[in-house]
Design a protein around this ligand. Structure first.
Ligand code: ADP
Ligand code: MG
Length: 493
């Protein structure tokens, strides 16, 4: 790998004064351009109060060939997960395994079955929209060339596409302003090595394309959101581009709101919210049990699922993003069912690390052994999204034992740890304060796919920009809003 990943050559050293100037410029550019997040609730700030998003001072280096590889794979992953979502037999098998051990998955699956029963297996809307994000870390070993390895693929509420475009713009602005100085390492910062990121418009295009497919101009896109969402501006950018590029209006509502003001026409299956017809339902909530605050919120999800509106995602597509599905797809025979072409399959498999179940199968037995002999090589994951749920390394055996009931282990997967390079440096600015350190970056690639679940015909399939999130190397998780990580952009090397 190019030596630029090495802290000795990048980022360029700045004087204290240069760093302070850069921090002010970055903060003000962010505030002026909506690269912002609502102030944390614990500061008692009003809803009007917002702060700049935690951001790296410099773009972080990323090998260009691996960046291109990740972007190139996105349409393949889009198609794979669309196929998985359409295979109800496959999903049924997986979810029955999880049913007794994971309440949330089990509740979602019950709803899926209930809807299937009501519609007699013929949903009011055959089209489904996926706005996916496939996440990767760089994997380095002493013997092999660096590679990208998939962390997970998100099929619901994949966030930061709105702000990520701005983060790249911000770094590009700082470079053009000359604020990165002229010290050694600054020569890597160039227009060509700092790509524009089309993720905000790309995701808006996904929603716009689905809206067009529904085919009624005046219908809205319903953004299902969490109340007092801190990351609302990330979502707002999609709303603004949807209006600007497609002339489509959107309305934001929580599951509680939809329970109260959403209406399903029992004959036409049209969905209305506060009297306005809905063409597309875009979930930026509903991925975590905490969003379902009452039985009525489950009723809201059911109403939308039963409707003729295009869902992003449908319940089946939401399921396809379960970590258990990712584990099962590691198996060559399973993957071959969805990806018959061996070359394409190899391209996907090259990004996988080993993932094992914790059930009674042979692989499950192997996983139990590995937990005893080398837990330091693994991360344990439950079927949850949104960060902060994983158990790392030596903590795994104790955590599992504390569950008492071994049948509950089935709700988890055991994933080999990816080993990103350890000697990359950057600084993160959060609430105006600059902190330097060794960092790890996670690349996310957005993808849009619109397909017909009845005929399995793919109507649209495109890659839609990217996200780089960077955290300090000593932090296990990378949540930006949670306070662990920051948004970044790539410096291609
Ligand atoms: P979530 O659904 O909560 O986002 P992830 O699977 O993305 O769950 O895990 C959260 C974070 O944990 C990732 O962003 C990454 O920083 C770290 N992580 C997850 N899996 C691995 C892995 N196999 N190797 C190294 N780090 C990992
Ligand atoms: Mg993740």
């Amino acid at each position: 790998m190019s030596t630029i990943l090495n802290a000795a050559t990048y980022p360029p050293t700045l004087t204290e004064e240069e760093t302070a100037n850069l921090a002010v410029a970055l903060r003000d550019w962010s505030l002026s351009h909506g690269l912002i997040i609502r102030a944390p609730a614990d500061t008692n700030a009003a809803d009007e109060a917002s702060v700049h998003v935690p951001l790296t001072l410099h773009p972080s280096p990323f090998p260009k060939n691996l960046f291109d590889q990740a972007l190139g794979l996105q349409t393949v992953f889009n198609e794979l997960y669309a196929k998985v979502a359409d295979d109800s037999e496959f999903l049924t098998k997986i979810t029955t395994e999880l049913a007794d051990v994971d309440d949330f998955m089990s509740d979602l699956w019950k709803l899926y079955l209930e809807v299937d029963e009501i519609t007699g297996g013929v949903p009011a809307q055959a089209l489904t929209l996926g706005l996916f994000r496939s996440d990767y870390l760089l994997h380095t070993t002493s013997t092999a060339e660096p590679s990208i390895r998939q962390v997970e693929l998100n099929t619901i509420s994949a966030s930061f596409g709105g702000l990520s475009s701005r983060a790249a713009d911000c770094h590009r602005f700082l470079r053009k302003s000359g604020l990165y100085g002229t010290a050694a390492g600054s020569e890597f910062l160039k227009d060509e090595t700092m790509p524009v990121n089309p993720s905000a418009r790309g995701l808006a295009k996904g929603l716009g394309v689905a809206h067009n497919a529904y085919g009624v101009k005046d219908f809205i896109v319903l953004f299902v959101v969490q109340p007092r969402e801190r990351n609302a501006f990330d979502q707002r950018w999609l709303e603004y581009y949807l209006l600007e590029d497609f002339g489509v209006l959107s309305v934001r509502a929580s599951l509680e709101d939809i329970a109260e003001f959403g209406e399903l026409d029992s004959i036409t299956k049209e969905l209305k919210y506060k009297g306005r017809h809905v063409a597309v339902v875009y979930y930026r909530a509903g991925y975590t049990p905490a969003d379902y605050t009452s039985p009525a919120t489950w009723g809201a999800r059911k109403k939308m699922e039963l409707s003729k509106a295009i869902k992003c995602p449908s319940l089946a597509t939401h399921f396809a993003g379960a970590k258990k599905v990712q584990q099962v797809l590691i198996d060559e025979l399973v993957l071959a069912k969805f990806v018959p072409n061996a070359d394409v399959r190899d391209q996907l498999k090259n990004t996988f690390v080993d993932i094992l179940p914790l059930d009674d199968s042979e692989l499950g037995k192997k996983a139990r052994e590995l937990i005893e002999t080398c837990p330091e090589k693994y991360v344990l994951k439950p079927q949850r999204e949104g960060g902060g749920n994983n158990v790392y390394r030596e903590k795994i055996p104790g955590y599992l034992k504390a569950l008492n009931d071994e049948t509950l282990w089935r709700g988890y997967i055991l994933m080999e740890l990816i080993e990103p390079p350890q000697d990359v440096r950057n600084a993160i600015i959060r609430a105006g304060k600059v902190t330097e350190g060794n960092v790890i970056s996670e690349l996310g690639v957005f993808g849009c796919v619109l397909w017909d679940s009845k005929t399995h015909e793919i109507k649209q399939n495109f890659e839609a920009g990217w996200l780089l999130r960077t955290k300090f190397a000593d932090s296990e998780e990378g949540g930006v809003a949670a306070g662990f990580g920051s948004i970044d952009s790539v410096l291609l090397i």
